[in-house]
Design a protein around this ligand. Structure first.
Ligand SMILES: [Mn+2]
Length: 470
């Protein structure tokens, strides 16, 4: 390829010197002899002459040129040069770099392209600017914690992939290990996909009690959540990095909130990049999954930053692992138990009850409840199983009366722990207490208890708003 770069001075040459030698032969055509000499001194070829005269282009052998790059800031001069070039060759490809939006020359000219300088800046310089900004954040974060400190990375009550990925990244940025920097929560990971994530990526999340939060003088870092979320004073908070807006004021030694981002994992990906760190497959997979699930695959409330972080992580991450997390595999024995249970499933009044007996993994239960909800006619799916010496019951609910959480609390709160919201709920009851209360653990017992309460709920509702029901 032979390029002719037409410019007023050597600025374009400064930008192109590397590209020029890599992509092909470039002849720089400028107006002044001293500029031409300067370019030549740096090892490139150049000519000078009056850019508006045809003979200048004859000297440059325009007939051998494949493409012209035009970088003339004087709008009128640029327009005149365009006219001269077109009169010499109507089909010569011309690329013009300009700072104005108005098009030079003929709008319909198919061999003419114009690129805005600000677009070039946006594409190539803006990431660099952001990088230096992030680099400064990374240095500040690292300066917060001394070598001997223990750090608790605290997440929300039911940690999600975005929080988990961010916590891993923070630990990595600080160059720390699990023992000195545990990831903690007051609750636990419950959603099947998230349980699969921590199992597949071998991530440990410890349940911590409020009193142990600063035990051993542990420092406190919050990711993907802010102190007011917890509703209690957390004591001294060292770090908060989050993408939710700040609704209630709080104080922390270091805060980085970016509400326009779709995920906290995006912020941490930028930190890693700025620190020049290449993420391991495990970390990249966690962060990618975090961004993917918080933005519903870059759809919900996502920013161009999320897309860029996603693109950066993609080659490092394992797609196979992400697929496994999204569709957690079920242990074979548990599937067999489900098969047996399904074969005797009775569907009375839209309530499907399945007791799976002893199961290997607790997360199978909510997955089964989700699954049963897909059976035609099912409005309530109740799945229970024995996990060690505990009875675990999971409820999913669609349809008119939606009170899964309420029903479960009424039935099981007195003998175990129960909670949830309108469409999904869970109860965990010690086996002994369950037996004391209900006699045995069986589909029949659970069905009877649930159905009568559900009926009661329906009646309450129809008394309250009979008109709407009719
Ligand atoms: Mn998040």
């Amino acid at each position: 390829m032979k390029y002719l770069a037409i410019c007023e001075d050597d600025l374009l040459f400064q930008f192109m010197r590397k590209v020029a030698t890599k992509r092909g032969e470039v002849l720089f055509l400028v107006q002044k002899p001293e500029v031409a000499r300067r370019i030549r001194r740096h090892g490139a070829s150049s000519q000078w002459g009056d850019l508006e005269k045809e003979e200048t282009y004859q000297k440059s052998h325009l007939e051998h040129v494949d493409q012209v790059i035009l970088f003339i800031r004087d709008v009128e001069l640029r327009a005149r040069v365009y006219v001269v070039l077109r009169s010499l060759n109507p089909e010569l490809p011309i690329l013009s770099l300009s700072s104005e939006k108005e098009i030079t020359g003929d709008r319909k000219d198919p061999f003419f392209r114009q690129i805005l300088l600000e677009d070039i800046f946006q594409e190539f310089c803006a990431p660099q600017l952001l990088d230096t900004f992030n680099r400064q954040k990374v240095e500040r974060i690292r300066s917060l914690f001394r070598e001997k400190d223990k750090i608790h990375i605290l997440l929300q009550h039911d940690p999600d992939p975005d929080a988990i990925g961010s916590a891993l990244a923070l630990r990595e940025l600080l160059g720390r290990k699990r023992a000195t920097t545990p990831i903690v929560t007051f609750g636990q990971v419950t959603r099947p996909e998230n349980v699969a994530m921590i199992r597949l990526l071998d991530i440990q999340i410890d349940t911590i009690s409020y009193n142990d939060l600063h035990r051993d003088r542990a420092q406190l870092a919050l990711v993907d959540v802010q102190p007011p979320y917890f509703g209690v004073s957390l004591g001294k908070v060292d770090l908060v990095v989050d993408h939710h807006p700040k609704r209630i004021p709080f104080t922390a030694r270091f805060t980085d909130l970016r509400p326009h981002y779709g995920a906290t994992s995006t912020i941490f990906t930028e930190y890693l990049r700025a620190a020049g760190m290449e993420p391991s497959q495990r970390l990249a997979t966690a962060l990618l999954y975090g961004i993917k699930s918080d933005t519903l695959f870059l759809d919900r409330a996502s920013d161009v930053a999320d897309l860029e972080a996603f693109t950066f992580l993609y080659p490092f991450a394992s797609r196979a692992l992400i697929t496994k997390m999204e569709r957690p595999a079920l242990p074979r024995e548990d599937l067999e138990a489900l098969g047996r249970a399904l074969s005797r499933l009775q569907l009375d009044d839209g309530v499907a009850v399945i007791h799976m007996g002893e199961i290997k993994r607790e997360d199978v239960i909510p997955q089964m409840a989700e699954f049963c909800l897909q059976i035609e006619g099912v409005e309530w799916a109740v799945v229970s199983g024995l996990c060690g010496d505990q009875v675990v019951i999971s409820v999913r609910n669609v349809g008119y009366v939606r009170s899964a959480g309420d029903v479960m609390k009424r039935l099981f709160n007195a003998i175990g722990s129960a909670g949830g919201h309108r469409s999904m709920a869970k109860a965990v009851v010690p086996l002994e207490r369950f037996k004391e209360h209900f006699g045995e653990v069986s589909e029949k017992v659970i069905r009877e208890a649930m159905v009568s309460l559900i009926r009661q709920k329906e009646e309450e509702l129809s008394e309250r708003i009979p008109a709407e029901r009719a």
